[in-house]
Design a protein around this ligand. Structure first.
Ligand code: THU
Length: 398
């Protein structure tokens, strides 16, 4: 496999990327051949799409200023991040992690690098369409693939690797499940991120700075270039946040309820009948399954002195513990909420005391349900061990 860089003149807004690439190839005596895959950097695609913004034209609002202050960013850039992303997941000083259309991006993909002074480059508006145009205009009847490439870090790893934003002419992920490993065992979960891997190879040649190599030709690779424009074949597959190892494990996010506890949910629902909620009018029911197999249910118990009120979860927990139970397997809670009801902070604290692995099934009256463990609902809890004299070494902060 060969990785051949295409050196071009600086491509500014309003300039034609197709022409710049053609000129670059001509100067180097290169032309595209059947089976070639062209990897083009996202910043040059975004520039070509006219996505370069003069920061002085951005007027940040109050939210942008507050978030900029919190994350140590330029308020104008934060205003753009808010505008360009679906949500901000969190961040560290200098970088926020955003969700755009189901994918994660640092700072909504907004770049300072390779932008003129005082400007930033937004994320390409539609990398897939831009890749399609490049493929049509550069192929001259040959079978070529185009990938728009970007770079990312992996959690806890230093340094960027390649990631494909869009593909044309190649399938971005190859399913290697069912293939044999060296010992003849079938691979169970391996999918090869073919397009990402090609972008990584391209970036070894491209660099990310002043190299002036915005595109790379990958030649003689074992990756099949597919003719036609079957968008379903070329589109980037995504996985739901709860199926993602990093997001699922670290956010303590709720997972969809997969069944098995309908009967416990039904008992929690029954307990709503005896809820005493004259002040809020909001009745909740909870049912606890102890390891003994016994079930304890309760409704919320309010009081004229509002702070003295008990949530349904804690009322059920008090019943179970005072009956001698010390091992709790699961808790179901049901309320009349639009989405599955989630336990309050005090209940999470009381629950986690009995075990971080307790399964919490959260449901609403309409039958929507989600699950999480007590530990996921209350990460980094204050527990008995917190008062020990020495650390058990499990902390992420040392
Ligand atoms: N409540 C519960 O019983 N469980 C929850 O998970 C959330 C809130 C109760 C407490 C109070 O009686 C009423 O709902 C309104 O906050």
């Amino acid at each position: 496999m060969e990785v051949i860089g295409i050196k071009t003149d600086l491509v500014g807004v309003g300039e034609d990327l197709v022409e710049a690439l053609q000129n670059g190839m001509q100067r180097a005596g290169l032309c595209l051949m059947d089976g070639d895959i062209l990897v083009v950097s996202e910043s040059v695609i975004a520039t070509w799409e006219g996505r370069v913004i003069d920061l002085d034209t951005v007027e940040p609002d109050e939210r942008a200023r507050a978030l900029a202050d919190h994350y140590g960013k330029d308020p104008r850039e934060m205003a753009l991040i808010i505008k360009e992303s679906d949500s901000i997941v969190g961040g560290i000083p200098g970088v926020v992690l955003t969700l755009n259309d189901g994918f994660l991006y640092p700072n909504a993909g907004i770049d300072h690098s390779n932008a003129p002074p005082g400007h930033v480059i937004l994320f390409p508006k539609d990398s897939s369409i831009s890749a399609k145009i490049l493929r049509e205009k550069l192929s001259s009847g040959r079978r070529i693939g185009v990938i728009v490439g970007d770079s990312r870090t992996h959690p806890l790893r230093l340094g960027c690797v390649g990631v494909a934003l869009a593909c044309q002419g190649i399938s971005p992920v190859e399913d290697a499940r069912g293939q044999d490993d060296l010992y003849g065992r079938k691979l169970m979960i391996t999918r090869k991120a073919v397009a990402d891997n090609l972008v990584s190879a391209a970036q070894v040649v491209m660099g990310e700075g002043d190299e002036g190599i915005p595109a790379v030709i990958i030649r003689n690779s074992p990756v099949e270039v597919i003719e036609g424009d079957d968008e379903a074949l070329f589109s980037m597959p995504r996985i739901a946040p709860h199926d993602c190892m990093y997001i699922g494990a670290l956010t303590g996010g709720l997972r969809p309820y997969a069944g098995g506890y309908d009967w416990l949910i039904a008992l929690a629902k029954e307990a709503i009948v005896n809820a005493y909620a004259p002040y809020s009018g909001f009745k909740v029911g909870a049912a606890i399954l102890a390891a003994s197999g016994r079930v304890y249910s309760a409704g919320n118990v309010e009081n004229a002195s509002h702070g003295a009120g008990l949530c349904a979860e804690r009322a059920a927990l008090a019943k179970a513990i005072s009956a001698g139970e010390r091992e709790i397997s699961a808790l179901a809670v049901v309320g009349d909420t639009p989405d599955p009801i989630t336990p309050c902070g005090i209940c999470r604290q009381m629950l986690v005391e009995m075990g971080e692995d307790i399964l919490v099934i959260m449901a609403n009256l309409g039958g929507k349900a989600a699950v999480a463990t007590a530990g996921e609902l209350l990460p980094n809890p204050f527990i008995g061990q917190s008062m020990a004299k020495e650390s058990d070494g499990d902390s992420l902060i040392s």
